[in-house]
Ligand binder design. Structure first.
Ligand SMILES: [Zn+2]
Length: 357
């Protein structure tokens, strides 16, 4: 997923009256220089929701091995992972400082109760498109295969309305998926809400990497990207602020899109499923994408298929991996692969709330 805080900053400033936010609340974390060949130690947790299928310890080992290999090949660093701490999704989300959670609640589009504001969602998508300096033709070329054939938006504004509709329809599809207990995966809890996961790092999070079997699918009035919208609000992983992490960021990483065998996920993967080993290995390889955000603050070289930092199309992880070529996407070779291309930012007020000042 695209790093989000820049959009958050602009959106919150535009909606100042609603959110009460000011742009001067945002700060960059420091870029920590990393030497070629460095060894990086990362603290890892596996946050489990018992209602959903989970990866076995063997799969987690395969996943982390693949992340290690991919990071070494593409970024030239040696990742050393801690022993994986087994915890629960609820325990991780409980680390969010209550005041910060409260401050961010109005970013969540409430699709469960039907009280979400479609117009505001479309407007927030437009803000993100404009902030990214998106060209309508480029965005359409990227998204066209996944949108209704009849659409022909004449402006980014029209395109935003379509994306909001597609996103909400997709979210509705995710609601039809059942958990092990036969009830919907997306239940009444906020476990699926991206805003919650994106806020955990304001608490005392003792991990740099949180792997979870949770389906993270939701809609926000903040930083909705084209590729997230067309997947029905599904997030594979995000790199976001963490006050306890040496890099200033932590990663949350969902294995659900790799392991889920529902017809919906099957279709989004390009009509294929992965066996247990493939799911773990592909998940680990793609996790290196977030490691690139976390350690080096790389951006997104969209369409540069040889780069780990190019986001996968839909859930086509295998195709994504097959196209990688580390020799043709070196650090510093293109603007998005410059160290610090997208620094981590955080909200100073939220941090102050978290620290109880
Ligand atoms: Zn990314």
């Amino acid at each position: 997923m695209l790093l989000s805080r820049f959009s958050a900053l602009i959106l919150l400033c535009i909606t100042t009256l609603l959110a009460g936010c000011r742009s001067d609340e945002w700060r960059h974390t420091e870029i920590v220089p990393i030497q070629p060949g460095a060894t990086i130690h990362l603290r890892v947790a596996h946050a489990v929701n018992d209602r959903l299928p989970r990866m076995t310890p063997e799969q987690l080992t395969t996943l982390l091995d693949a992340a290690q290999r991919t990071a070494l090949e593409h970024f030239g660093v040696h990742l050393k992972f801690s022993t994986v701490t087994e915890t629960t999704v609820d325990a991780v989300l409980a680390l969010i400082p209550p005041k910060v959670r409260q401050a961010r609640m109005n970013e969540i589009y409430d699709f469960k109760s039907g009280k979400g504001d479609r117009k505001r969602l479309a407007e927030s998508i437009l803000v993100t498109l404009q902030e990214r300096k998106t060209k309508l033709a480029d965005a359409l070329a990227y998204a066209r295969p996944y949108l209704p054939a009849t659409i022909s938006p004449k402006s980014l504004q029209e395109f935003s309305v379509i994306l909001a509709e597609v996103m909400l329809e997709g979210l509705n599809d995710w609601r039809s998926i059942q958990a092990i207990d036969g009830k919907p995966v997306l239940d009444d809890t906020p476990r699926n809400e991206w805003v919650y996961w994106d806020t955990v790092g304001y608490g005392e999070l003792p991990y740099d990497l949180v792997i979870t079997n949770q389906l993270v699918a939701s809609a926000e009035y903040t930083a909705v990207e084209v590729h997230t919208a067309i997947r029905g609000g599904l997030t594979t992983g995000t790199t976001t602020f963490s006050r306890t992490s040496p890099s200033g960021s932590f990663v949350f990483w969902s294995t659900f899109p790799f392991t889920d065998s529902s017809p919906l996920s099957h279709a989004l993967r390009g009509d294929e499923d992965y066996n247990t080993t493939q799911a773990a290995a592909l998940s680990g390889a793609y996790l290196a994408h977030e490691i690139g955000h976390m350690l080096f603050k790389f951006g997104h070289p969209f369409g540069q298929n040889k780069c780990v930092m190019n986001p996968a199309s839909m859930l086509h992880y295998r195709t994504w991996q097959q196209q990688l070529d580390a020799q043709r996407c070196r650090i510093g070779s293109i603007p998005e692969m410059q160290v610090g291309a997208i620094p981590e930012i955080y909200n100073e007020n939220w941090l102050r709330m978290a620290l109880g000042h």
